[in-house]
Each structure stands twice: as structure tokens, then as C-alpha cells.
Design a protein around this ligand. Structure first.
Ligand code: MN
Length: 721
């Protein structure tokens, strides 16, 4: 067991200014609080936090982290409270201890691989301060080192599994390579003891037969680089049993086939030397194709930099060689922890250690360092780190313990839809951590959420005000749409009944069934819906069912003379108009909403007169094979005293006031919004279809120009079919 003075000596060795009294008080307090508690090994419980603190001194962490390590199990396992810790050790320590305590309370059961990433994110999000995670990793490392003392094999297995799936990858993510490797190996020993043992046996066998192969190869590599006159340091090792096993799994090869079980590292002083060494190695040995990776020019996400290559090396052995500078090596092994070294030792390590931080490649680490030094709150720290802290997400649990990841700001309704659509549709209330809460409550990390459902419930339009997930929104919309469909069907049926009755005809399913094909619908309900929505005029249906009825003079269809269109007989460039006789009905199509002043084209429609489109309407594409239906038309005047509808597709920033601004501009330009439909609403934008009453195309063009000049309005286009 590490003794008090030894712990202090270790800290003093890298941080001579560390607050000795602070550490001593924590030591004594933790020892007193854990008292006579014992670990499963029979050791005094206090040996555990002490070892955890010891592990962290290898990473040269600050006094607050060491004190946190000493106190990390105190809230959970003794009568001490967080308030007491705050009083004695201050706010920072209390916050860190609280963070580790919260992580300890996360019970991960049966980690499924698909859930593992969520749990990793959850742990990161809960950590809030990177030091919390480091203490937790050291805690896990010591627990894994003493795992064999736990008698219950199921428990051992589940701890090992959790370590493998959650904590080892987290250690890697923050760049703590050594901890990652040891966590993996210890978990491997528990989960696949036999596989590990046979790989180790095989390695020992190879060692015996090859003499000390690693040393021999290191010597030869040493000679090769000194001949090239480059100063470099060669190290070599056998790969870990776990990494060999993984490779065997992935590549599906046997141990005998697996030749590269040794890895070598050449460390040099500068990046130029890295590439020079690479050249020397590639000139001296045949390379193994497909194994070259340059993480110096393209660092990994966690900041890792190195050149990897594989060669048929000395004595015909296939080996992997990593080439990197000393600084890259240090950061690779210690990860985030390396910055405490830079931070606490000033220049004691020499300027060659500090200089590489200037490079663009260290930006990630440099930023982290800056933030840790300057950020006033952990919140801000998180907002700026590139640590994938998932500050924009919250992680909540179902009563069964399943983890649900949601965007920040999500509430019980989002949660309900994430669990299951039916749960969302029938949600009436929710309990968070056992207490009933309003549905607009925002969920917090770690909340356990129980959704209360009732089959009588329907999604409420009010929910749209506070839900944040696309899934919930889509389902609520869909429900509204199907509600709306019912309304349209009812309305369409009423319209048809009135139209038919007025003309003295009978509305019958049989009659309607006969014309469904003509209107491109598959059910009578669809036909009603089309009429209800106004996409089909009641009288058109009547005429179709009873062809003897006169077709003119219906609502929604305007007479040619009213539209002040003239046939372009006198226009030289115009083609002759066929099939259009004076008095025939003209229909202003709603796909492009042509306005006086627009260049227009007519398309004759059987028994319905002529549909008018703008010349660039996309709908016209459908008629390219039927030139006989095209009619060339022009407007009589560019401005009409009648009101026409101009239709726009508009994208507006989703910000308070931007819609208001939109309508003010339209009004200021003497337009009137007659209809507005939101097609899409994202976090950033509204996408809308808007009908504006205008006098002609010039009028609409003016409005468009004014809208385009407004910052809140992203884009404005006329509808083009
Ligand atoms: Mn612990």
C-alpha cells in the first residue's frame, strides 16, 4: 500500500508547488471515513482510493485530481456528504467528487454493442470535467487489477465486459493509450482466459526459439538508422495478447498465419526526420502493401500522430514500425493528461517539448489546454472542446434500464416517441425519477422516464410547441394529416351531395366508382378528399358521371373573356390555336400561378377548356409528347385590375420575428398574404409555400426583390410547378 509520504513525494516530483496540506487533509479524512471497511481482497478499503491516486500521479495530474481520487468513493460508501466535502475542501473538489460519484452510480447491465456507443457518450456527457473521467478511468483500472478477488463470476464478467465496451474505448478516445491497453488486457483475461493463455504460450515459445528476437531486430534497426546519420531511438515489443486475438478475429486467421506479432517504434527529434527514417526503412526492407498510414499529415480524431508501415524486416520477419517524434509519443501515451505536464512544469521539460504544440496538428490539444486554463465554467469548457462531449445530447433511461439518447431540450413526449410510436401517440403524462412532471419538462442526463399512456389520448397540437425530435414531429404531423384527411373526405362528400342534388341527380357510389380512373384515384374516399381539398371541382365530377350536364359556368373556373386573354392570331411568332373557341373555360393552374405579364402557355383539357401555365412551369414537361394540346396565349395587359394569386416558395430563418418581418415587407409593398403553408420546419429554417394577392408579375417581382434584400429571409422563389 502506498504510504502518505510516498504519495506526496510523487506529486512533489512533478509539481513542487502543489498544496501539501490540501493533499494531507484529504488523505487523513478519507482514511478516517473509510475506517475499518474492507475490500473483497481483505485489504483495508482505503488502500483502493490511495492506489487510484497513485495511478494518477503517473499522469502528473493536479492536486485537485489527486484529492478527488482519494475522496472518490466517500459519498457513495461512507456517511460523509457532499456538503461536508464542499465545506472542508472547497467547491472545485466537491464538484469533481460529485462527478465521479454520479459515474459510479451508472449501472450498465448487459452492454449490447449497439448500445455501447450511447453509454460511452453518456459517460462523457456525465463527466463534464475531463478530470472526472480520468479519476474514473484510474478507479476502473485499479478495480480491474483486483478483479480476481471478487468471488461472483457473473459479476466479474459483467465488470470486465463493461470495461471492454465502455471504459477502454473512452481511455483511447481521450488518448490515454497505456490505460486503454491495460484495461483491455485485464478484461480479456477475464472474458477469454483460455484464448489469452494460448496466445501467451505461443509467444513464449517463439521467444525461446528465436532467441530474443525483439532485441535482435531492434539492434538491426538501430544500425540501419545510424548508418543513415539520423538520431533516433528504437523500441520494440510484442503486441498485446488482446490485439493479436482481435486481429485473429477480424482477419479470421490462425495464430500460425499471423506473422506480425511484433511492433517497433522509432522516435526521432523532428517531423523531417520521421520522413527521412521512413525513406531509409522503405529502402532497406520490402514493404507490405496496404499497411502504410500517415497520421502525421492526417492526425486521428483524438490527436494521435504517427507514421505506420509494415515491412518484411530483419531476419525475414514481418513487423510493424511506427515512426514518430518524441513529443508525438508522449501525447500518444498520456493523451489529455500530457497537458498537465506542460501546464505545471513550465519550462522544466525544455523547450523542445513545448514547441511542437505550436503546430497546427496539435490544435486539438492546444485548444483543450487553452480552454482548461481560461474557461471560467465547465459549461464553457464543454462547448469548446473537440472531445465529443455530446453537450448537445441528453441520455435518459426507461424503467427497464434501456438508454435513450435525445437532443438537448427534449422532453417526455420526445422520449415517448423514441421508445415507440404508439407510446408517443397515446402519451398523457410522464414520471421523471418517480415524480409526475408536466409534458413540457426538459429532461436531464441520467433521468429515468416512465411514460403514462392512455388509449383515449391523441397527439395534441400543443406538443408542437415543445417537442424537439424529428421523429416526434413527423409522427404528430402524420396524425394531424390523417385527421385532416377525414375532414376533407367529409367536406368533399358534402360538396358532391350539394352539387348533384342542385342539378337533380343522385350521388351514388356506383356512379362515382365508374369515374375513379378518370380522376386518378383508387377509392371513393380519395375522390371525396380531392374534392374537399379543392383539387377537383364538384361539377367536374358531376359532368364525368353524367356527361349530359353542361360543363360551363362553375365556380373556380373563369371564363376566357374574364381572364382577358386574347388568342394570339395576330402575333407572327405564335402558332395557330387549335381546339380553343371563344367562351371556353380557362383554368389558372395552381402549380405555377401565372400572373398577368407572365409568358404563358395553354394546355387543352378534355371537356374542361384550357389550363394556363407559365412558360417555365415544370408541369409542362408532362405534355411534351402531345404538341396538339399546346395553345399559345398572351395576356391582354401586363397589369390587371383584378387580383391574382402569386405563389412563392420561401425559406425563412427560424428566429423570433422573422415571420413578422416577412409579412411586414409584403404589406409595405401592397401585397396581401392569402395563404401560407409550412412545408418544413427545421431547427434553423421554415420552408413555406405562400400565396400573395398581387396585380401582376411586376408587382410580385417587386415584392420578391424586397424580400431578397432582407437578412432573415434565406431564399424566395416563385413556384414552378
Ligand atoms: Mn472506487
Amino acid at each position: 500500500m502506498l504510504r502518505q509520504f510516498e504519495l506526496l513525494e510523487r506529486i512533489k516530483a512533478y509539481d513542487p508547488k502543489a498544496d501539501e496540506d490540501f493533499v494531507n487533509r484529504a488523505y487523513v479524512y478519507a482514511m478516517k471515513m473509510h475506517g475499518s471497511q474492507k475490500r473483497e481482497s481483505g485489504d483495508p478499503y482505503f488502500s483502493h482510493p490511495l492506489e487510484v491516486a497513485g495511478i494518477l500521479t503517473n499522469y502528473k495530474l493536479d492536486a485537485a485530481s489527486i484529492v478527488t481520487a482519494l475522496l472518490h468513493d466517500i459519498v457513495e460508501d461512507t456517511r460523509a456528504t457532499l456538503e461536508e466535502i464542499r465545506e472542508i475542501f472547497g467547491e472545485e473538489t466537491a464538484r469533481l467528487v460529485d462527478g465521479v460519484t454520479k459515474l459510479t452510480r451508472i449501472q450498465v447491465q448487459n452492454v449490447e454493442t449497439k448500445q455501447a456507443e450511447n453509454f460511452r457518450k453518456f459517460v462523457l456527457a456525465m463527466s463534464e470535467d475531463i478530470r472526472v473521467l480520468m479519476v474514473k478511468l484510474a478507479d476502473r483500472l485499479h478495480n480491474m487489477r483486483t478483479l480476481n478477488y471478487i468471488a461472483d463470476s457473473d459479476k466479474r464478467r459483467s465488470i470486465a465486459m463493461e470495461t471492454m465496451e465502455i471504459y477502454a474505448p473512452l481511455a483511447e478516445r481521450i488518448g490515454m493509450q497505456e490505460i486503454k491497453t491495460e484495461l483491455e488486457d485485464l478484461s480479456f483475461a477475464e472474458l477469454h482466459a483460455e484464448a489469452r493463455e494460448s496466445i501467451l504460450t505461443r509467444l513464449r515459445f517463439l521467444e525461446l526459439h528465436g532467441g530474443d528476437l525483439v532485441v535482435k531486430i531492434m539492434d538491426e534497426l538501430d544500425q540501419v538508422i545510424s548508418k543513415a546519420n539520423i538520431k533516433g531511438y528504437v523500441s520494440g515489443r510484442e503486441k498485446t495478447a488482446y490485439s493479436i486475438w482481435r486481429k485473429m478475429q477480424i482477419k479470421d486467421v490462425s495464430f500460425a498465419q499471423l506473422s506480425d506479432i511484433m511492433a517497433f517504434r522509432i522516435m526521432v527529434n523532428s517531423i523531417e526526420d520521421c520522413y527521412s527514417i521512413l525513406g531509409v526503412v522503405h529502402r532497406s526492407y520490402p514493404t507490405v502493401p496496404g499497411r502504410f498510414k500517415d497520421y502525421i499529415s492526417t492526425p486521428k480524431r483524438n490527436g494521435y500522430r504517427s507514421i505506420h508501415t509494415s515491412v518484411i524486416g530483419p531476419q525475414k520477419h514481418k513487423i510493424e514500425i511506427q515512426i514518430r517524434t518524441h513529443e508525438m509519443h508522449e501525447i500518444s501515451e498520456l493523451g489529455v493528461a500530457a497537458h498537465w505536464r506542460y501546464k505545471s512544469t513550465d519550462n522544466s521539460l525544455g523547450s523542445d517539448v513545448l514547441n511542437p504544440m505550436e503546430g497546427r496538428q496539435y490544435l486539438w490539444l492546444q485548444e483543450l489546454l487553452d480552454i482548461l486554463e481560461h474557461a471560467p465554467t465547465p459549461q464553457e469548457f464543454l462547448e469548446h472542446t473537440k472531445l465529443e462531449m455530446f453537450q448537445d445530447q441528453v441520455f435518459c433511461f426507461t424503467p427497464k434500464g434501456d438508454l435513450i439518447a435525445l437532443p438537448r431540450g427534449a422532453g417526455p413526449v420526445d422520449f415517448a416517441y423514441a421508445v415507440h410510436t404508439e407510446v408517443g401517440n397515446t402519451c398523457v403524462g410522464a414520471k421523471v425519477n418517480g415524480r409526475i412532471v408536466p409534458l413540457r419538462t426538459q429532461l436531464q442526463n441520467g433521468d429515468q422516464v416512465e411514460v403514462v399512456t392512455s388509449s383515449a389520448q391523441k397527439p395534441s397540437p400543443e406538443w408542437e410547441g415543445f417537442i424537439v425530435t424529428g421523429k416526434a414531429r413527423a409522427h404528430i404531423r402524420r396524425r394531424f394529416r390523417s385527421d385532416a384527411r377525414m375532414e376533407y373526405i367529409k367536406l368533399g362528400q358534402e360538396i358532391l351531395e350539394k352539387t348533384f342534388t342542385k342539378e337533380g341527380y343522385l350521388l351514388s357510389d356506383k356512379g362515382l366508382r365508374g369515374v375513379m380512373g378518370k380522376f386518378g384515384v383508387e377509392t371513393i374516399e380519395d375522390l371525396y378528399e380531392k374534392v374537399g381539398e379543392g383539387r377537383l371541382v364538384g361539377r367536374e365530377v358531376l359532368v364525368a358521371v353524367y356527361p349530359g350536364v353542361r360543363s360551363a359556368g362553375t365556380e373556380n373556373v373563369i371564363d376566357l373573356s374574364q381572364a382577358r386573354l386574347k388568342q394570339s392570331h395576330n402575333n407572327d411568332s405564335a402558332i395557330a390555336i387549335r381546339g380553343l373557341t371563344h367562351g371556353m373555360a380557362v383554368h389558372i393552374s395552381t402549380c405555377c400561378c401565372p400572373l398577368p405579364g407572365d409568358r404563358i402557355i395553354g394546355i387543352t383539357a378534355d371537356g374542361r377548356g384550357v389550363d394556363i401555365h407559365t412558360i417555365d412551369c415544370e408541369t409542362l414537361d408532362a405534355y411534351t409528347d402531345e404538341p396538339e394540346r399546346w395553345v399559345d396565349l398572351t395576356w391582354d395587359a401586363e397589369v390587371d385590375k383584378d387580383i391574382h394569386i402569386g405563389r412563392l416558395n420561401v425559406v425563412v430563418a427560424n428566429e423570433p420575428g422573422s415571420l413578422g418581418e416577412f409579412s411586414v415587407i409584403v404589406a409595405r409593398n401592397h401585397g396581401n398574404i392569402s395563404n401560407l403553408k409550412i412545408l418544413n420546419r427545421s431547427r434553423e429554417f421554415f420552408e413555406m409555400k405562400i400565396d400573395i394577392e398581387v396585380r401582376g408579375v411586376k408587382h410580385l417581382t417587386n415584392i420578391i426583390a424586397a424580400l431578397r434584400a432582407t437578412p432573415a429571409i434565406n431564399s424566395v422563389e416563385r413556384a414552378r410547378g
